[in-house]
Write a protein that binds this ligand. Structure first.
Ligand SMILES: NC(=O)c1ccc[n+]([C@@H]2O[C@H](COP(=O)([O-])OP(=O)(O)OC[C@H]3O[C@@H](n4cnc5c(N)ncnc54)[C@H](OP(=O)(O)O)[C@@H]3O)[C@@H](O)[C@H]2O)c1
Length: 177
């Protein structure tokens, strides 16, 4: 069975660009918006409104993954969601899961912002933005600001979030290249 991905905001700026790229890769797209477009090859339009929970089951039926555009009107009405995994992990624990999945040792090394900034610049990011991202990342990772765990994934999708261990097992090939 081909994989099926729900794209909310499918008629918007980001969804309109993402949808054809997924279809091109053989993915069936459940294209969701309040005013669905006509169906086409690889695309199943569905009416979906964040403010109307009765539209959730049809949008989520048989989808394997979701691209969620949480629109400003939905945030205003329902409050913001904080989508998290099921558990809070240290970066050393993350490295442990990757090691187990990839079958080779991957260690977390505390580096400070400079090496991160250099790697981002080497990847083509501008120096100012690289400095900003590196500082933001080290400050938030070191302060526990990313440690929150919520039930919002289950509340929005009706399914529990995937654990990092399961994600790492599925994505193991990425660390074997
Ligand atoms: N574009 C960017 O570069 C960018 C950058 C940073 C952040 N963002 C944020 O990312 C989100 C989406 O961006 P975008 O540029 O793709 O948005 P957009 O072009 O404004 O499109 C919004 C999409 O959401 C749908 N929508 C609006 N209200 C809805 C509701 N109540 N329930 C379900 N669908 C609804 C609209 O379709 P219908 O009207 O047919 O329902 C449309 O497909 C926004 O919150 C935006 O602030 C965008």
């Amino acid at each position: 069975m081909s994989s099926s991905v729900l794209v909310t905001g499918a008629t918007g700026k980001t969804g309109r660009r993402l949808t054809p790229q997924l279809v091109e890769r053989g993915v069936t797209v459940r294209a969701a918006s309040r005013d669905p477009v006509p169906p086409s090859a690889g695309m199943e339009p569905v009416r979906f409104d964040w403010l109307d929970e009765t539209t959730y089951p049809a949008a989520l039926d048989r989808v394997h993954a979701a691209y969620l555009v949480v629109t400003d009107n939905a945030i205003g009405q329902a409050g913001a969601f904080l989508m998290t995994g099921p558990e809070s992990l240290t970066l050393a624990e993350v490295a442990g899961h990757i090691s187990a999945a990839a079958g080779r040792q991957v260690r977390y090394v505390e580096s400070g912002p400079e090496p991160i900034q250099e790697a981002l610049i080497a990847a083509g990011i501008t120096a100012d933005f690289a400095a900003y991202v590196a500082q933001l990342y080290t400050a938030s990772a070191g302060s526990g600001a990313m440690a929150a765990v919520t039930d919002d994934v289950a509340a929005v999708t009706g399914r529990p979030p995937t654990s990092f261990a399961n994600y790492a097992a599925d994505a193991a090939g990425a660390w074997l290249r």
